[in-house]
Design a binder for this molecule. Sequence first.
Ligand code: HEM
Length: 222
Amino acid sequence: MATPTTPTWVLFAVSKDASLLGAITEKHAGHRTHYNVTGFNPVIGQPVHGIEAGHHVVRIESSAPVMLEPHKPDAHVVVFRGVTQHLHYTNKEDKEKLAVESRTEMEASPSTTAVIIPIRKSAGWWALTQDQRQAFFHKTKSSEGHTNIGHPFAAGVYRKLYHSRYTGSALPYDFVTYFEFPADHADDFGHLLSNLRDVSRNPEWESVELEFEIRMVKVKND
Ligand code: HEM
């Protein structure tokens, strides 16, 4: 996933109330992007409640942690937070290949699909050592691994990985993953997801205990 050298902090705010969302995000100096939710898919674990098609999303990216304007506690706003990090598991060869081949961020348009997938991994995963975790990303005799599965899709799908364990707050997810692709690539994206979730091809996913998808259209950048 994209790896800038200075961290980018992100906040995704989701609400059915577009004007509330505008009011609590408009003063922020960060880079704002607007989306409409088209669907919500639980995958595994207890997903957040209250996100559905027709809701609105604002993403704020910033060089510092993102704070929202105060709002009434009963106003229903769901928030996801994260921050980019250096690469943890990618070797030089894969980094260079992915840098050349990976899709860049897309323009907002009615045919630009964006997807947020928050993910939590198990305590067992986090108890592994660095070399044990890294091994899951690479090909072995019996499995392809995350990087090899993802590689053929990198040119068609823009991806960005935000880590949520390092935000200073206890959050129910470890990562907020974010993707963009042309609407007519939806089947390809579906194949990518089913390949990654197939634990015979990608044993890493045995450690995923929370995963859900927020499907959107990218409406505009401010
Ligand atoms: C588009 C094709 C994809 C490629 C080429 C790709 C590649 C990678 C690579 C190389 C890493 C390791 C980053 C590092 O070194 O720290 C990574 C991490 C990650 N990717 Fe993907 N990926 C793809 C799609 C996906 C999808 C669809 C998901 C979610 C369903 C996903 C979820 C993650 C997560 C959660 C991590 C962090 C794992 C951890 O640190 O434990 N990736 N990806």
